[in-house]
Design a protein around this ligand. Structure first.
Ligand SMILES: *Cc1c(COP(=O)(O)O)cnc(C)c1O
Length: 357
């Protein structure tokens, strides 16, 4: 596999690029995409970069019916010296294969996936916006394409990578959001698919988000599916609390998505000698910490926002206000450090950055 060549067919006419101030998240796409096919008789074959185009599938393609699909999300950044940085892309490729395994999708050669990603980003370099906070979002995904209505793993797949220039997540500076604690719906349960980045988890979560967004909440706080007592994630981010000088995040328990940002935050905290624990966290304990004044900060962590400070949790019976709705010092320090490393403004002591050459 290591020597498998990726062929490239370039577009004849390039698209007009959107103005930087028009960029949103995931609205615009670049000129090319990567595609590779799979058939049980052949394995993965024909890795290629081609003009961005629609995918035509048989209406019986299995992804349409039973949702056998996985995705990833990471970003490419352009630095002040015009280098292109990827942030820990090997972690996304590994996680893609862990999601594949859970969803009975055949493993993808990690070296080839990484090379595909790099070659595509390199070809589309001029699509990476360079205004502060902007980046090129990379979306690898796999779909089951066999035309068959039986409930079984598909015998055919497509692995695709598309790219989308995205605007700054924080247009008016990093700001705390309000979160509603979700008491009715659950996102995932141990033994289910919560650990995998697979479409169904997100489809099933839309209703909760819809319910609270009109009331001004940015996301919901997901509780565990068994007892609805323990904290899992906020929206599609991992969640951290700072209590009495100590940082705590829910331990990976089988229903929580293991975020690359989450892992990076933990490593940074250890590097700074700030105590950090991964443990089961009861919502009740957060309420107690709030009441006794030891709850100092709360924030979400994920690729899109990097760090998203939380100003408030609305529970059924009470509202937990954090740090007077102000961004905490630790959230700010983590945000500045992670984005500083991503944009090449500060030293990367962890070898997280992969520079495209
Ligand atoms: C992708 C994702 C995250 C964050 O993962 P990162 O690798 O940090 O972007 C957290 N929770 C859910 C449910 C996710 O889908």
């Amino acid at each position: 596999m290591t020597s498998t060549k990726i062929t490239t067919t370039k577009v004849i006419a390039k698209k007009t690029k959107p103005a930087t101030d028009q960029l949103e998240f995931g609205r615009h796409f670049t000129d090319h995409m990567f595609v590779m096919d799979y058939h049980t008789d052949k394995g993965w074959y024909d890795p290629r970069i081609v003009p961005y185009q629609a995918i035509t599938l048989d209406p019986a393609a299995m992804v349409y019916h039973y949702g056998q699909t996985v995705f990833e999300g990471l970003k490419a950044y352009v630095t002040e010296t015009n280098d292109v940085h990827l942030f820990r892309p090997e972690q996304n490729v590994k996680r893609l294969n862990r999601s594949n395994e859970r969803m009975c999708i055949p493993e993808i050669d990690e070296e080839l996936a990484l090379r595909a990603l790099k070659e595509l980003v390199k070809l589309e370099k001029e699509w990476i916006p360079n205004a502060p906070g902007t980046s090129l979002y990379i979306r690898p995904f796999v779909i089951a394409t066999e035309p068959y209505l039986g409930v079984a793993p598909s015998k055919q797949y497509k692995f695709v990578i598309i790219l989308s220039p995205v605007g700054a997540y924080y247009k008016e500076g990093i700001n705390p959001v309000k979160i509603a604690v979700e008491n009715k719906y659950i996102r995932a349960i141990k033994g289910g698919t919560g650990e995998a980045k697979t479409a169904g988890n997100y489809a099933g979560s839309l209703i909760a988000q819809e319910k609270v967004s009109d009331a001004g909440y940015a996301q919901v706080l997901w509780l565990d599916g068994l007892e609805k007592k323990y904290i899992e994630e906020v929206g599609s981010m991992n969640v951290f609390f700072k209590i009495n000088g100590e940082v705590i995040t829910p331990a990976l328990n089988g229903s929580i998505l293991p975020g690359v940002t989450r892992n990076s935050v933990i490593q940074l905290l250890k590097h700074w000698n700030i105590p950090v624990k991964e443990e089961k966290i009861a919502l009740e304990d957060i309420k107690i910490a709030y009441k006794n004044g030891s709850l100092e900060e709360a924030f979400g962590a994920g690729t899109a926002a990097v760090i998203s400070p939380i100003g408030e949790f609305a529970c059924e019976d009470e509202t937990i206000v954090i740090n007077n709705h102000q961004t905490g010092d630790l959230a700010k320090r983590l945000y500045d450090t992670l984005t500083g490393i991503q944009y090449g403004k500060i030293k990367d002591p962890f070898d997280w950055i992969v520079k495209l050459t």
